[in-house]
Design a protein around this ligand. Structure first.
Ligand code: GLA
Length: 763
């Protein structure tokens, strides 16, 4: 809701409040953003800049409180006394403009105020529009604030009502000044190392979280957190920030001498410039802000709810996603219809519901050096075309999905030979990334080419899923980088708008475009090309701070792993991938019978609990050893415990669940898991009466068909006991086989079900 009373704007819901007022000099003052408060709290919460500070510039020479430098502002000017980070940088006739936008009027709209071309969050409750003006330059600035149950969004529109062109170098979506001491958590990395968490204290030196690759990037995810230094997973104030945008982004965070932390978010000003001609306006992407005083976990729940309800396309909200098989890691470019159908049959037998044909189905695409940009189906590989393949897969009672990389072109392609000028270049000789260039999506004819070709392929066969890939950085600077992203959104809207039944999974060399802009089209995103489960613990956990499990594509792949050479148990690969949208991406042909049996059981288990894994409430638990995650829905809680390296002489180990009813009774059962016998090698001689050759035929044959059962656990306990930590079965300690113990070596894991059986009142 939004109230306007006695000059105070009060925005908020039962979960949060934001208080604003306009100062005597027309500036928007942010009195409070955070805990739910009442409008009458203004007196208590507002800053008291009574004493003035030496060298400050004053907007009114007689009023020592009138320096904008000390006020908590919701929009900051330039060159007019606020020397903290500015929200905008403008220029006219080659001269930088001083800016001090002053309030002209305001309006309250029900629902959202629609954007012109950018994607935005849907189903907002109400929107406050504050219109500021700078009549000296005939400029109007519209600040939009939309209230959602769990979050507040902000965006800006600059309008040129004059007769001179104004150049925008920087225009932020949001600016807030928050009192307090904070640490900043960002998600950083690169290819196969996405979303690793980094924490820095917020101090007087500005911290910039920025992407300049043309895309939201695997280097610096646009989302970040500010937390009180003592915040934990369950306590303390944490703010979350994100941007509904897929291009170059920027967030600056800096603490002033007076203890206000300025946070600006928006399009990266790096090399940005946009000429705003008379009569034109420019809109920024929508920034998302959320707050919780229930620690990092509480903040994650706010962001997860917001994304599940307001970001992902309506047709896919809370719709269970299929278990998929993807051909990439198993086949790469080496396939034909026969091999694909054989894989599809095996995938179906294991329980997969969707068969995805990845790269290599068109043009001369037999490796990554050629063919991108062409859409002619490779009939050597697929003699019956995509329609024929899709039909056969449908006949197996599986859905069919297809990989595209429509934004790129290989110079070795018919498209490039016909239209070399369609490639996005600068004035210097072209430079390659994965042997490819980007297409210039700012050009309407290029967008039409993509829309027509992707659209007609989608209509030519029964295709119900698309993996939309993008594998190179941009060279576009200035507003061209932004125009590219607008072009991308236009293409996505035109292709998928009329085909809402097609499930879109966005991918960019893995998680190079894991952002809210893409998620308005794509309800799931490929987290990373790194599918090693131990690495995935960091990647998926990093993403979980800001994104729900329902958007995370997570696949089981082969071991040893192609990027780390690490051999991990199959059950751990599945246990990690359960916490997301489960898929399998490995060659099924040479799996051992015991592995096939395990995979079939994994898929059936996941399907049974799919709604909890995809849409349940997610918790990062405090594990005594390793990493632990929990998802909860309707009295059912699933807890994954993941170990890294094992140590000899292990101590007792307890695991504490969260969010149970302390008065209820729960049944805890661990999901049964099997252990391959082969890796036990010569150790088997200790438990068998006869000596076994660790490299011999007998063990190899046994390894194919027989697996040992790992110890399981079953117990009943109160929620209170389980939350304080229940004792786990003993870990193997070199003392022989214990059928009830955990016989797990490095990278072992367990999955526990905690089911509410009875409440104390019912006893
Ligand atoms: C990228 C993607 C992979 C796969 C390949 C195909 O690397 O991230 O998942 O689709 O392209 O070339």
């Amino acid at each position: 809701m939004i109230l306007y009373q006695d000059g105070i704007f009060h925005l908020g819901t039962e979960h949060w409040s934001c208080l604003l007022r306009i100062t005597a000099h027309g500036l928007p003052e942010l009195i409070h953003y955070g805990a739910p408060v009442s409008t009458e709290d203004v007196q208590a919460l507002s800053c008291k800049p009574g004493l003035g500070w030496g060298t400050s510039l004053l907007l009114d020479d007689k009023d020592t409180t009138s320096s904008p430098d000390f006020l908590p502002l919701a929009w900051s000017g330039n060159g007019r006394g606020d020397y903290r980070e500015s929200s905008c940088e403008l220029e006219c006739n080659g001269i930088p403009l001083a800016t001090q936008f002053r309030c002209l009027s305001h309006q309250i709209h029900s629902g959202i105020a629609p954007t012109q071309a950018l994607p935005q969050a849907l189903d907002g409750i109400e929107t406050l529009e504050i219109i500021l003006e700078q009549p000296e330059n005939s400029l109007l600035l519209h600040l939009y604030w939309t209230v959602f149950p769990d979050a507040l969004t902000r965006r800006t529109v600059l309008e040129n009502t004059g007769e001179q062109t104004v150049c925008i170098h920087k225009l932020m979506s949001s600016c807030v000044d928050l009192p307090g001491r904070f640490e900043m958590t960002t998600l950083n990395g690169g290819w196969i190392a996405e979303a690793h968490k980094h924490v820095v204290p917020v101090g007087p030196t500005r911290v910039a979280n920025e992407s300049t690759t043309g895309f939201s990037s695997n280097r610096h995810n646009p989302g970040f957190l500010l937390s009180e230094p003592n915040a934990t997973e369950t306590c303390g104030q944490v703010y979350g920030f994100n941007l509904v945008y897929s291009g170059n982004h920027y967030s600056g965070v800096q603490r002033s001498l007076q203890g206000l932390n300025r946070v600006v978010q928006g399009i990266s000003p790096n090399n940005f410039s946009k000429a705003l001609n008379p009569g034109e306006s420019f809109e920024t992407p929508e920034a998302v802000l959320a707050w919780s005083n229930e620690g990092f976990g509480g903040l994650s729940h706010r962001m997860h709810n917001f994304i599940n309800h307001h970001i992902v396309p309506k047709a896919w909200q809370f719709k269970e996603r299929p278990v998929l098989y993807n051909s990439w890691e198993g086949c790469m470019f080496d396939f034909n219809q026969h091999r694909l159908l054989k894989l599809a049959k095996q995938a179906k037998e294991l329980g997969c519901e969707l068969f995805v044909l990845d790269d290599g189905w068109f043009g001369t695409r037999n490796d990554d050096t050629s063919g991108l940009g062409d859409y002619n189906i490779n009939t050597k590989k697929l003699p019956k075309g995509l329609a024929g393949l899709a039909r056969k897969i449908k006949a197996m009672d599986m859905e069919f999905g297809l990989w595209f990389e429509p934004e790129s072109v290989n110079p070795e392609s018919n498209l490039y030979r016909a239209h070399p000028d369609w490639a996005l270049t600068d004035q210097l000789p072209p430079i390659m990334g994965r042997h490819q260039l980007l297409l210039d999506l700012t050009r309407p004819e290029v967008r039409d080419y993509i829309v027509d070709n992707v659209g007609s392929i989608l209509d030519s066969a029964e295709i119900s899923y698309v993996k939309w890939d993008m594998n190179r950085h941009s060279v576009a600077l200035g507003d061209k980088a932004h125009e590219y992203i607008l072009g991308l959104y236009d293409v996505l809207r035109r292709i998928f708008g009329p085909r809402p039944h097609v499930l879109l999974e966005s991918c960019a060399s893995g998680g190079n475009r894991f952002d809210l802009g893409m998620m308005t089209f794509s309800p799931q995103v490929w987290c990373s090309d790194n599918t090693d489960p131990v690495e995935r613990l960091d990647i998926q956990e990093g993403l979980s701070y800001l994104y729900p499990l329902s958007v995370m594509g997570a696949h089981v792949s082969a071991a040893p792993h192609a990027q780390t050479l690490r051999a991990t148990p199959l059950y751990t690969r599945a246990n990690v991938s359960f916490f997301g949208i489960l898929g399998y991406e490995l060659d099924l042909e040479h799996l051992l019978p015991v592995e096939k049996k395990d995979i079939a059981a994994q898929i059936s288990y996941y399907k049974e609990h799919r709604s909890i894994f995809q849409f349940g409430t997610f918790h990062r638990l405090n594990a005594e050893q390793g990493t632990a995650w929990q998802v909860s829905q309707h009295g059912m809680h699933l807890v994954g415990l993941f170990h890294r390296l094992i140590h000899a002489a292990p101590g007792y180990e307890r695991l504490s669940a969260r969010a149970l009813d302390s008065r209820s009774t729960y049944q805890v059962t661990s999901r049964p898991q099997t252990l391959r016998v082969g890796p036990f090698g010569s150790l088997l001689s200790h438990v068998f009466p006869v000596s076994i050759n660790p490299n011999g035929m007998v063990l190899r044959t046994a390894d194919r068909h027989y697996a040992m059962k790992d110890g399981t656990q079953e117990l009943f306990a109160s929620g209170s006991a389980l939350m304080s930590g229940w004792m786990l079965p003993p870990h193997f300690a070199g003392t022989g086989y214990d059928k009830d113990g955990r016989m797990q070596s490095d990278f072992g894991s367990n999955l526990f079900e905690i089911r509410e059986v009875i409440t104390r009142e019912e006893l």
